[in-house]
Design a protein around this ligand. Structure first.
Ligand SMILES: Nc1ncnc2c1ncn2[C@@H]1O[C@H](COP(=O)(O)OP(=O)(O)OP(=O)(O)O)[C@@H](O)[C@H]1O
Ligand SMILES: Cc1ncsc1CCO
Ligand SMILES: [Mg+2]
Length: 265
């Protein structure tokens, strides 16, 4: 995927306004819904057993974020993934805090194994833990370098037949054996909660309109984060400026700023 294709994907999201179903955590429900709206997509946050069967057929993608899970949430997440499979919908899995507790690790693996059209989006520590190696993550924060999660990312891509987005100082996307590196963003981004969760939600919007959704989402999020970061004295304004920047992001800015390197084997 090149810059031109990313710009085309962004236009497609804005024209099609895909409906994206999110089962996500209490911390980021608002950020993720606002991020999707600012991008041009249409979010719905829903986790009731009684409505999932009605909703999943209508949406373009399902985003599952395990950030504040418990046993009843797990049951809904499994149901949502089963329904997504039945209706051929892509599933974005955000294994928040994978490695921090056995519940998170086991649930992430169970959901990843279940999803048929899977995109995994996580920070380096979560990727390493999901693959079964020992990570240095603390709680939901990633403390491993992105490049150190590369082998784990490839393992997950093969094992689950998934696209994998490893986010951090550089974002690495593993898609059909290619490695795409994106070097944008801003060092303040990890000081705003839910930036990664927003990236996962945006990945859902791009998955609803085409392939290589992790590349397009990480590119848009990275460039928007970089522009917004340059206008923000701290994390509070960054959070707001990110939404404004996503809303206003144009082809020219993407073309000028996107730092993308594609490595095809
Ligand atoms: N040091 C950094 N420099 C530039 N951009 C960064 C940096 N760290 C993270 N980002 C960007 O921030 C976004 C979120 O990535 P991150 O890896 O921090 O997610 P996360 O740990 O899952 O976050 P959360 O769980 O709080 O949602 C991505 O777009 C990523 O490119
Ligand atoms: C801080 C936090 N705890 C559970 S989910 C979440 C949001 C960032 O992933
Ligand atoms: Mg996260």
């Amino acid at each position: 995927m090149n810059t031109k294709q990313i710009i085309t994907a962004l236009k497609a999201v804005r024209v099609q306004k895909p409906l994206v179903l999110n089962i996500t955590n209490f911390v980021v429900m608002n950020n993720s819904a606002n991020g999707l709206l600012a991008l041009g997509a249409s979010p719905i946050m829903a986790h009731s057993r009684e409505e999932l069967a009605e909703l999943v057929p209508l949406v373009g993608a399902v985003v599952i974020n395990i950030g504040t899970l418990d046993s009843s949430w797990i049951e809904r997440m499994v149901l949502a993934v089963e329904l997504a499979n039945r209706h051929g919908k892509p599933v974005v899995l955000d294994p928040v805090g994978c490695g921090a507790s056995s519940l998170r690790t086991h649930t992430s693996r169970r959901l990843a194994a279940l999803a048929e059209r899977l995109i995994i989006r996580a920070n380096a520590s979560e990727i390493i833990a999901l693959a079964g190696d020992s990570s240095q993550g603390r709680g939901v924060d990633g403390l491993d370098r992105v490049e150190s999660a590369l082998a784990a990312g490839h393992y997950l891509a093969d094992h689950y037949e998934a696209s994998v987005v490893i986010s951090g100082e550089t974002d690495i996307i593993i898609h059909e054996k290619s490695e795409i590196r994106l070097r944008n963003g801003n060092t303040m981004m990890p000081f705003v909660t839910g930036m990664g969760c927003t990236l996962s939600a945006l990945t859902g919007a791009f998955a609803a309109v085409g392939e290589a959704s992790g590349v397009a989402a990480a590119a848009v999020m990275g460039v928007a984060g970089e522009v917004a970061g340059g206008q923000s004295p701290g994390p509070g304004s960054l959070q707001l400026n990110l939404l404004d920047t996503l809303y206003r992001l144009d082809a020219e800015t993407l073309d000028k700023r996107l730092n993308i390197a594609v490595n095809t084997p």
